[in-house]
Design a protein around this ligand. Structure first.
Ligand SMILES: [Zn+2]
Ligand SMILES: [Zn+2]
Length: 186
């Protein structure tokens, strides 16, 4: 393991979005990011009845093919994700594990019949990535609605929160990250 975070597109994802995610993580946390070659659309996770993809099956697949030399493996996709008990999810992460996946599908203003807005889309993507990255390090949901670790069940929740951890979550984030980096180097 290294202190590098790998961003992996599943299906076609705009270079611009991947690059912005990498920059966001590098700038905020001083971690190196690299973008890996894309994976095929996850046909194995498609539920015909729902017209959506099972995020748990995708996560399982990611765990199997996660590169050895990466601290975290974050997949980004345009397909619509769900877990069986919910209508949809914006993303899913292995708690204190290496893998996470986020979906852009419901972050696009067009999904809500609004005109495209690249800045709004990127703000939502960044918040969703930081949220799942937090989970993957071991953070749980926060009760502060402005904290990026607040659970988004609607897009309004995502828009209301800041793209940052509250002081408590930030401190935990640093603590978990240091713990990971120490074990990565020993
Ligand atoms: Zn969450
Ligand atoms: Zn918080």
């Amino acid at each position: 393991m290294s202190n590098c975070i790998t961003i992996c597109p599943i299906g076609v994802v705009e270079e611009d979005i991947l690059g912005r995610i990498a920059k966001c993580i590098e700038k905020r946390h001083g971690l190196m990011c690299k973008i890996s070659p894309r994976m095929e659309k996850p046909k194995y996770a498609y539920d015909e009845r729902r017209g959506q993809y099972d995020s748990k099956l995708i996560l399982k697949h990611l765990i199997k093919c996660c590169p050895q030399d990466t601290l975290r493996f974050i997949a980004v996709t345009h397909v619509d994700l769900y877990v069986p008990i919910l209508k949809f999810v914006f993303g899913l992460a292995q708690i204190e594990g290496q893998c996470a996946v986020i979906s852009i599908h419901r972050l696009r203003p067009q999904f809500y019949n609004l005109p495209p807005d690249p800045d709004l889309l990127m703000a939502r993507v960044e918040k969703t990535v930081l949220h799942e990255l937090g989970h993957s390090l071991g953070l749980t949901h926060c009760r502060d609605r402005r904290c990026v670790m607040y659970s988004s069940t609607r897009i309004e929740d995502t828009d209301f929160k800041r793209s940052d951890y509250c002081p408590t979550c930030f401190e935990l984030f640093r603590w978990y990250l240091d713990k990971c980096l120490i074990s990565a180097h020993t």
